[in-house]
Ligand binder design. Structure first.
Ligand code: ADP
Length: 202
């Protein structure tokens, strides 16, 4: 993005710092759970299930979901490689603000490119970016096809569809790997909450 536009903009230190907000929340350490995986792999479903578990236990969270963000903040973006990069960059920045607010943030975006996920990781402090690889084989996603998108992509009605005619670069060292082909939604969600508990976020 153009850096000239930002030349005279100075970051304001807030009077209430992140540490103050974290202390006030008391019960949780903020972080982003960055879900990545193919369309239909289960990102939304599992992120929602994780959020329900967290909510029921009194934790403060917020879920940023692919389709919802594309209706608003990112409605000017399409699915070209360049716009996918910008899509993830913006979500990364928003997730950072929400972490700053003291929340456990869940993001459910395909985020197919390793480089973009790495850039978001670098935006966050150590241990505040938790990559969650929803590792579902393409064949399983295509069989589920919850939104009928694979059928359309195979018919050539959707271009640049991840896994079909646009690349998905799987994480090599995600903090959490979830195997949805062999575990139920509840098991997958519990695995993620257990990670948070074991690693001192809850
Ligand atoms: P994404 O957000 O990755 O595009 P969705 O969550 O929208 O994926 O869709 C995943 C689909 O797979 C849903 O219809 C869900 O019910 C189904 N599904 C079956 N088993 C699982 C599982 N173990 N985890 C997550 N989703 C599953």
């Amino acid at each position: 993005m153009s850096s000239e536009k930002s030349t005279n903009v100075v970051w304001h230190q807030h009077q209430i710092a992140k540490a103050d907000r974290v202390k006030q929340k008391g019960i949780q350490r903020p972080a982003v759970l960055w879900f990545t995986g193919l369309s239909g792999s289960g990102k939304s479903t599992i992120a929602n299930a994780v959020e329900q578990l967290l909510f029921a236990k009194g934790y403060h969270s917020y879920l940023l979901d692919g389709d919802n963000v594309r209706h608003g903040l990112n409605k000017d973006l399409n699915f070209s490689d360049a716009d996918r990069v910008e899509n993830i960059r913006r979500i990364g920045e928003v997730s950072k603000l929400f972490v700053d607010a003291g929340l456990l943030v869940l993001t459910a975006f395909i985020s197919p490119f390793r480089q973009d996920r790495q850039s978001v990781r670098k935006l966050h402090q150590d241990h505040e970016f938790i990559e969650v690889f929803i590792d579902t084989p393409l064949a399983v996603c295509e069989q589920r096809d919850p939104k009928g998108l694979y059928a359309k992509a195979r018919a050539g009605e959707i271009k640049h569809f991840t896994g079909i005619d646009s690349a998905y670069e799987a994480p090599s060292a995600a903090e959490i790997r979830v195997d949805t082909a062999n575990s139920s939604v509840t098991e997958c969600a519990e695995q993620i909450v257990a990670y948070l508990a074991t690693n001192g976020y809850l």
